[in-house]
Design a protein around this ligand. Structure first.
Ligand code: ADP
Ligand code: ZN
Ligand code: ZN
Length: 665
C-alpha cells in the first residue's frame, strides 16, 4: 500500500523535515530530488522517506510539485552519511543534504543531460614506466591491501618523508581495488593538484575510468562527473574536500593525501573536515582509509602512537639518487637583511642560477602582512569595514582588504601627521620580486601568490615554466609547498620564518614546522643536491633545531607532550559557537544568553564569550564561545541540547553557527 506522506529535506536553516502529500511517489523515489511549494515559492528538496501519518492535518498539506526522476536518487549509504554529518556538526540536515549536491542540481528546473564542452583531458604525461616498489613501499602496500581484501575498515597513517613514494603506494593498492570492481576515492587538498594527478592516474590505469570532482568544474561537467559516481563498476575518483559528500557506492579504498592540510576543513557554512569524514565513510563502507603525509597532523599522529591507527612508515626517498636537502639557519641578528634578504641568501640565489638550477624564495604569510605604514608616527592603513590592515599592492598602488575585498588608492601622505613618506612594511611578494629584478636583471624571476595564482591558467603556466626551465627564481607563498615535483628546483630560501612563533594560535607552531618540512621537500628531488636556507632571529628555538635534524616524529612527540600538559587537542575535544552581527551589543546579548542557557553541564567547560581574533569583518562584529570536553560523547550531548535552546532564541540580527573540531581558535 502506498504511504501518503512524503518527508522532505529542504535547504532552510531549520532542523526538521517537511511533510507533503506524496501523490505518486513510491519507495524507489526515496533519495530523489523533489520540487515543492514552500512559502508560495517552488523549492528543491530531497525525499527522505514515506510515512503513514503526519502531525499536520492532511487538508493543510500541499502535494509534491514534481519528482525529479531524470536523475538517480541519492543512494541510502549517502543519505545516511549526510544525516550523520548533520548530527555530528549540529547543522540543519536539509542544508547538509542539499548543499552536498552539485549547484546545478539545486535548482527546480529538471536536469537535461546536455553535452558538456569536452573538458580537455590532461594528456598522459610521458613519465617513466611504473617503478617497481621498493621494500618499504611493498610492505606498506601489503598491509593496506590486506584490509582491502578482507573488506575491513581500518585507518592507516602513511607517514612518509617527501618524495618517499607515497603516491606510488596509493596507486599500487588502488589497482587491486579496481580489479575487484570497486571504487577508489583519492582526496587531494588543492584543485591545482587534480589535473596533474589525474594525468598520472590515467597513465597508470589506461582503461579504468578516472573522474575528478572539484569546485572549478563548470556546472554541466560537475553534474556529469557527479552522476558518474553512482554508476556501478570500478572507478577512480580524484577530488577535493567536497567529494567526500558525494554518492560513493562500492567503495573499496579512500586515500587522503597530505592529510595535515588545513584546506580539508571547510571554514564556512557546514564546517566539516573531509579528512575526519573520510573515516566515517570508510567505516560505513567497510574499507580501509589511508591518511598520507610527510608531516601528519598532531591529531592523526597521536592516534597512530596510541594504536588507533596503524602507522606505516616510508623513511627514505624512493629515488635513491635524491638525497634530502641540507638545511641551514641564517641568524638575521648577525647577518641583517637588505630588502628582506641576507647576503648569504643572495649569494645562494646567484650561485644556483649560475649552475642553471632554480630557486624558490618562500615568504611565510602567517603573522605577516605588507601593510602601508607611516615612517614618522607609525600609522598604518586599516580596512574601514574590518579590524585588519590593508595589504599594499605595489603595481596598482592600491591597498586591499584580504578579508572583505575593500580596495582604495594608497594615500600620498599620512592622514595622521601629514608625513609624505609612507612605506610598505615587511617584504611583500611584489616588493621582493622587484628588488630581486633590480639586483639580478639577467635572471628570469617569477612571482606566485594568490594574486597571480588566482586565475585558472596561472598555475599551469608556472608549472610548465618550472619544468621547462624558463625561470630562475620564483618568489612565492604557501601554495607552492604542496606536493609538486620540480627536478631543477634545488634551492629554497625561507625569508621570514618567525611570525608563527609569536602567534596566539596553539596550532601555529605545528603548521610552521609542517610547512618548513614541506617546503624543504621541494628542494632537490631528483639527482641534484638541494639546500634550504632559513632566515630567523631565533635560531636556538627548538623548532629550528628539530628542522636541522629533519626529524618530524621527534618534534611532533614534543609538541604532543606540550599539548597534553596544557590541555589542548588532541587531548580534549573542542567546539566553537560563532556569532556575528552588525550590532555588537546584539551579538553580545545573544552570546550571554547562550552562556547562561549552557549552565554547568557535566564534563563540559563553557568559556566566556570573546571577540574573534579578527573581530570585525565587512561591518559585522564577530564573537565566539569556546566549549571543551574530555570525552567526545559528552561534548556532543551538550551541543545537541544547546543547539535546541539557541534555535529558540534565534533572531535575524545575529547569525550563529556551531563549529565542531575547529582548526583555528
Ligand atoms: P610522494 O608521494 O611520497 O611525495 P611520489 O610517489 O610522488 O612520492 O614519488 C616521488 C618520486 O619518486 C617520483 O618521481 C616517483 O616516480 C619516484 N618513485 C616512487 N617510487 C619509486 C620506486 N620504487 N623506485 C624509483 N622511483 C620511485
Ligand atoms: Zn575588509
Ligand atoms: Zn604619520
Amino acid at each position: 500500500m502506498n504511504k501518503p506522506i512524503a518527508r522532505v529535506a529542504l535547504d532552510v536553516p531549520l532542523t526538521r523535515e517537511f511533510d507533503y502529500l506524496a501523490t505518486d511517489a513510491d519507495s524507489s523515489d526515496i533519495g530523489r530530488r523533489v520540487t515543492v511549494e514552500f512559502g508560495n515559492k517552488p523549492l528543491i528538496g530531497v525525499l527522505l522517506g514515506l510515512a503513514e501519518h503526519s502531525e499536520v492535518a492532511l487538508e493543510k498539506l500541499k502535494s509534491l510539485v514534481y519528482i525529479h526522476r531524470e536523475t538517480p536518487p541519492l543512494p541510502p549509504e549517502c543519505l545516511q552519511f549526510l544525516q550523520f554529518c548533520a548530527r555530528y556538526y549540529h547543522y540543519p540536515q536539509g542544508q547538509v543534504i542539499l548543499q552536498a549536491l552539485p549547484p546545478a542540481l539545486r535548482k527546480t528546473t529538471p536536469w537535461k543531460p546536455r553535452k558538456s564542452r569536452s573538458t580537455a583531458r590532461p594528456s598522459p604525461s610521458l613519465s617513466a614506466p611504473r617503478p617497481s616498489l621498493n621494500e618499504a613501499q611493498q610492505n606498506t602496500a601489503q598491509s593496506i591491501l590486506e584490509a582491502v581484501l578482507h573488506m575491513r575498515f581500518e585507518t592507516f597513517l602513511l607517514y612518509g618523508i617527501t618524495g618517499s613514494g607515497k603516491t606510488e603506494v596509493y596507486l599500487n593498492v588502488a589497482e587491486s581495488v579496481i580489479r575487484l570492481g570497486r571504487k577508489v576515492l583519492l582526496l587531494v587538498p588543492e584543485i591545482n593538484l587534480t589535473p596533474q594527478l589525474e594525468a598520472r592516474v590515467q597513465h597508470y590505469f589506461d582503461s579504468t575510468p578516472v573522474v575528478s570532482l572539484h569546485s572549478n568544474l563548470a556546472g554541466v561537467a560537475r553534474v556529469k562527473n557527479w552522476l558518474q559516481l553512482s554508476e556501478p563498476g570500478p572507478l577512480v575518483i580524484i577530488g577535493t574536500r567536497l567529494a567526500i559528500l558525494a554518492p560513493l557506492p562500492d567503495l573499496g579504498l579512500i586515500v587522503v593525501d597530505e592529510e595535515h592540510d588545513p584546506s580539508y576543513k571547510q571554514q564556512e557554512g557546514l564546517r566539516y573536515s573531509a579528512r575526519d569524514m573520510a573515516l566515517i565513510r570508510a567505516r560505513n563502507a567497510s574499507c580501509p582509509v589511508v591518511l598520507g603525509s610527510a608531516t601528519p597532523s598532531l591529531e592523526s599522529f597521536h592516534h597512530a602512537l596510541d594504536q588507533q591507527y596503524q602507522l606505516l612508515t616510508l623513511p627514505s626517498r624512493a629515488d635513491t639518487r635524491a638525497a634530502l636537502p641540507s638545511v641551514r639557519l641564517i641568524d638575521l641578528r648577525h647577518f641583517p637583511p637588505h630588502e628582506g634578504l641576507s647576503q648569504t641568501a643572495i649569494d645562494a640565489l646567484d650561485q644556483t642560477a649560475q649552475r642553471g638550477e632554480q630557486s624558490l624564495v618562500f615568504i611565510n604569510r602567517r603573522g605577516f602582512s605588507p601593510a602601508l605604514w607611516c615612517t614618522e608616527c607609525g600609522w598604518t592603513a586599516g580596512c574601514p569595514r574590518c579590524s585588519t590592515k590593508l595589504v599594499f599592492h605595489l603595481k596598482t598602488r592600491n591597498a586591499r582588504c584580504h578579508l572583505c575585498g575593500w580596495t582604495q588608492g594608497a594615500p600620498h601622505r599620512c592622514p595622521e601627521c601629514g608625513n609624505p613618506e609612507l612605506r610598505p612594511a615587511g617584504e611583500g611578494t611584489q616588493r621582493l620580486e622587484l628588488s630581486l629584478q633590480e639586483r639580478f636583471p639577467h635572471y628570469r624571476i617569477w612571482r606566485a601568490d594568490s594574486d597571480t595564482m588566482g586565475r585558472k591558467e596561472g598555475f599551469t603556466q608556472l608549472r610548465s615554466a618550472l619544468l621547462n626551465q624558463e625561470l630562475d627564481i620564483l618568489v612565492g607563498t604557501q601554495m607552492l609547498t604542496k606536493g609538486h615535483d620540480f627536478p631543477a628546483l634545488t634551492c629554497v630560501i625561507v625569508v621570514n620564518a618567525d611570525g608563527a612563533l609569536f602567534s596566539a594560535d596553539f596550532r601555529a607552531e605545528e603548521r610552521l614546522f609542517a610547512q618548513l618540512i614541506q617546503v624543504a621537500g621541494r628542494a632537490g628531488r631528483a639527482d641534484k643536491a638541494g639546500q634550504v636556507l632559513i632566515q630567523t632571529r631565533q635560531p636556538e628555538h627548538p623548532l629550528f633545531q628539530a628542522l636541522l635534524q629533519q626529524d618530524f616524529a621527534a618534534y611532533a612527540k614534543r609538541l604532543l607532550e606540550q599539548r597534553a600538559l596544557l590541555g589542548f587537542p588532541p587531548y580534549l575535544y573542542q567546539a566553537l559557537l560563532h556569532a556575528s552581527g552588525a550590532q555588537s551589543e546584539q551579538v553580545e546579548a545573544f552570546l550571554s544568553f547562550a552562556k547562561q542557557s549552557a549552565g554547568t553541564p557535566d564534563g563540559v567547560s563553557v568559556f566566556d564569550a570573546v571577540p574573534a581574533l579578527i573581530s570585525k569583518v565587512a561591518h559585522k562584529y564577530r564573537w565566539h564561545i569556546l566549549v571543551q570536553a574530555k570525552e567526545r560523547p559528552a561534548l556532543h550531548r551538550f551541543l545537541a541540547s544547546w543547539d535546541v535552546a539557541l534555535r529558540e532564541k534565534t533572531t535575524p540580527k545575529v547569525q550563529w553557527v556551531i563549529e565542531v573540531d575547529p582548526q583555528e581558535v
